[in-house]
Design a protein around this ligand. Structure first.
Ligand code: URA
Length: 432
């Protein structure tokens, strides 16, 4: 049977069902550049509106997975466990967590992504360590994993190439926020890692792609369903992304804050989430008392030593991890001040993430370069008491006119009220 993309677009546009065979054909042809981006983006938009049913989703994920290689690390003595976040603002958890989990006895073949929309990407953050390469061929990926128990790389050319193309296209066509597209994108890459277990951090709230808890829960259940159907024990934590995680939003500054976590000096919310996700990773690896073990790896410095070791293996300059003041820093700084006294009731992750992106911490177009030294340090988050004129945030920027044009927008991130409020609960729910 011959398929055409235009028929598939019409089928989805009209709310009808795609056959598994047509999906397999489409994603193979798209990977081979035989389907143009404009047709694929029209289909992606139809999926944003009309979704994929479970059978379509299974076929879509399978076709994305089979568009490339599946890694086999069966020779490793430790259980292979990864963690993946659906994307947030200030979410640098992978950077302290991967070495901590490795020190505690699981192997972490972590394949991360770049910033998408207003969210930051682990790869972009790691690349602010001078020399650190996240582009590894499969042989080097394997070597680092076997030698150090952890590797922090990007998706190689051979892993889910259909997703590589589609991910970049979706970023540029407003077609990211779709449960089946996000679930198949993430899970096709994760299933290619040859894992024993997977922990998903599914963000919910203003700075997440899924803003309301129902949709976040559905995304979590969908991904857990895909993982389990493929024999990978998968657990999701649904976690709050109403406000940025930690105090730093940027690239180099998020490396600095990751190092602070490993030194036992991290901000409480970032530490809480790192331990919560790490505990589940260790549980899936059959290791009990996970939170205590992770805390010990912070206290005795072994987590930081592991990050230094793995950064060196990736070609990175370890001196910036021992002395984060050596990390790149933009030349200019300004502050946002509180317009009134009271308690912070809102510190909007979407606004902070969008402004950081515009300052150069993320990309507006696929080909844009990241500026590692720009960023926003939050001095006041939800629940904090502030007085009129006190500093809400410090902003590091390169270009005066760019900062001037986003200053007013950043000011809308905060709301200050007269009564004390509690910060949002960070870990909202676990599935299953
Ligand atoms: N992260 C991914 O890997 N894919 C998406 O679609 C969204 C976030």
């Amino acid at each position: 049977m011959a398929y055409t993309c235009v028929e598939m677009i019409e089928t989805k546009r009209d709310g009808r069902k795609l056959t598994p065979e047509s999906i397999e054909w489409l994603l193979t042809a798209y990977t081979r550049d035989e389907v143009p981006d404009y047709q694929m983006s029209a289909l992606a938009m139809a999926i944003v509106f009309n979704g994929l049913d479970p059978e379509e989703l299974a076929a879509w994920t399978e076709a994305m997975l089979n568009s490339g290689d599946v890694m086999d690390f069966s020779g490793l003595p430790a259980p292979k466990i990864d963690k993946h976040s659906t994307g947030g603002v200030g979410d640098k958890v992978s950077i302290p967590l991967a070495p901590l989990a490795a020190v505690c006895g699981v192997a972490v073949p972590m394949m991360s992504g770049r910033g998408l929309g207003h969210t930051g990407g682990t790869l972009d953050k790691l690349e602010s360590i001078p020399g650190f390469t996240t582009r590894l061929d499969p042989v080097r990926f394997r070597e680092i994993l076997f030698d150090h128990g952890v590797v922090l790389a990007g998706q190689s050319e051979t892993i889910a190439p259909a997703d590589r193309k589609l991910y970049a296209l979706r970023d540029a066509t407003g077609t990211v926020p779709s449960i089946p597209l996000i679930a198949s994108s993430i899970m096709s890459k994760k299933l290619a890692e040859g894992l024993d277990g997977l922990v998903l951090d599914v963000k919910t709230g203003s700075g997440a792609f899924m803003k309301d808890i129902e949709r976040s829960r559905e995304l979590a259940r969908t991904m857990v369903g895909i993982g389990t159907a493929h024999g990978v024990e998968t657990v999701a934590l649904v976690t709050s992304m109403e406000q940025p995680l930690g105090r730093e939003v940027g690239n180099a500054s998020e490396i600095m804050e990751s190092v602070a976590v490993l030194r036992g000096e991290g901000p409480p919310d970032l530490v809480e989430l790192t331990l919560a996700l790490g505990e589940v990773m260790l549980e899936l690896g059959g290791i009990d008392a996970g939170a205590d073990r992770l805390r010990s790896a912070i206290e005795d410095g072994s987590g930081l030593e592991k990050l230094v070791e793995v950064a060196e293996a990736h070609g990175g300059d370890p001196s910036v991890l021992r002395d984060p003041d050596l990390l790149p820093r933009a030349p200019n700084e300004d502050v946002m001040s509180a317009a009134q006294s009271g308690y912070v009731t809102r510190c909007d992750a979407l606004v902070v993430g969008s402004v950081a992106t515009r300052l150069g911490a993320g990309r507006e177009r696929k080909e844009d370069e990241i500026d590692p030294g720009v960023g926003i340090t939050l001095e006041a988050k939800i629940g904090d008491e502030v007085t009129k004129g006190s500093v809400l945030a410090r902003v590091r920027y390169r270009d005066e006119s760019v900062w001037e044009s986003h200053k007013d927008h950043l000011a809308t991130a905060w709301e200050i009220g007269p009564a004390p409020v509690a910060p949002p609960t960070l870990v909202v729910e676990r599935i299953p």
